[in-house]
Design a protein around this ligand. Structure first.
Ligand code: NDP
Ligand code: 8X3
Length: 255
């Protein structure tokens, strides 16, 4: 990489929502991109769109599969090996019923994706990130990492893992060129709620109706801002809510 060459940005979960908007944002500023996700057609379409602005490599990948993640890292072309920004964004919530009504399969899927998947990607990429003079890991946690709410059980706990993992990575890499951020958004309008409620369009519409929720472009702007901070600054964690969202009083159940 020459002195003024922009680092490659690797984004997981670029097929929709935050990941897609983040890919568009970095592409508009000329950063070379690696975009991943499971839905190959969407990656292909996005690659065609963004290739007009920058160099793009796409790779269809399920982050839960550690062998597939290793194969992906091996398959990264030489031109894209100078990865300096990793956006660990792929993730999901499934269901919002009380814990005793939740499905164990859904719990496993959230842990496998939000925890194991993020760990798979991070572990495989660390040797490359360590080779760079400076690098940023931006992990998508959630306000659900910080605040309990009914129906959050495993989702919130998986995001608490992401937040603490981010802080622990910070400790390991303090004084090196690697920066780590836990980004913790609140209510944001994306396919996230369609996935959470198993494709229920009515529920999806109800959740965002009248809320003026965070938009994917807002998160993309924040991610870009974090990445563009001067090298001596690390944004450790950043919690973001729409102005329509805030905390409730603590619950007291009277007998
Ligand atoms: P979306 O549902 O729009 O996007 C999720 C992305 O993750 C998709 O691109 C999806 O791609 C990818 N993904 C899911 N599972 C896997 C997998 N096993 N392997 C690879 N990719 C996967 O949601 P958002 O953009 O809103 O969410 C992005 C991140 O931000 C998530 O981690 C979410 O938990 C977090 N977040 C979301 C908030 C919200 O309210 N929307 C608020 C706070 C945090 P594909 O299906 O093609 O694999
Ligand atoms: C998603 C935000 O508030 O639905 O991470 O848990 S919330």
């Amino acid at each position: 990489m020459t002195a003024n060459q922009l680092p490659v940005v690797l984004i997981t979960g670029a097929t929709s929502g935050f990941g897609l908007a983040t890919a568009q944002k970095f592409a508009a500023h000329g950063y070379p991109l690696i975009i991943t996700g499971r839905r190959e057609e969407r990656l292909q379409t996005l690659c065609e769109e963004l290739s007009k602005l920058t160099q793009v490599f796409y790779y269809s990948l399920d982050v839960r599969n550690s062998d597939a993640v290793s194969e992906f890292v091996q398959a990264i072309p030489n031109d894209f090996k100078q990865i300096g920004i990793l956006v660990n964004n792929a993730g999901l919530a499934l269901g919002a019923e009380p814990a005793d009504q939740a499905s164990l399969k859904d719990w496993h899927t959230m842990i496998d994706t939000n925890v194991t998947g993020l760990v798979n990607i991070t572990h495989s990429l660390l040797p490359i990130l360590r080779e760079q003079k400076t690098a940023s890991i931006i992990n998508l946690a959630s306000i659900a990492a910080n605040w309990p709410y009914p129906g959050s059980h495993v989702y919130g706990a998986s995001k608490a893992f992401v937040a603490q993992f981010s802080r622990n990575l910070r400790s390991d890499f303090a004084g090196t060129g690697i920066r780590v951020t836990s980004l913790e958004p609140g209510l944001a309008e994306s396919e996230f709620s369609l996935v959470r409620f198993n494709g229920d369009q009515e529920k999806y519409a109800q959740i965002y109706d009248g809320t003026n929720a965070i938009q994917p472009e807002d998160i993309a702007n924040i991610i870009f801002w974090i990445a563009e901070q001067p090298a001596h600054i690390n944004i450790n964690s950043l919690e973001v809510m729409p102005t329509s969202q805030a905390w409730n009083p603590l619950k007291v159940v009277k007998q």
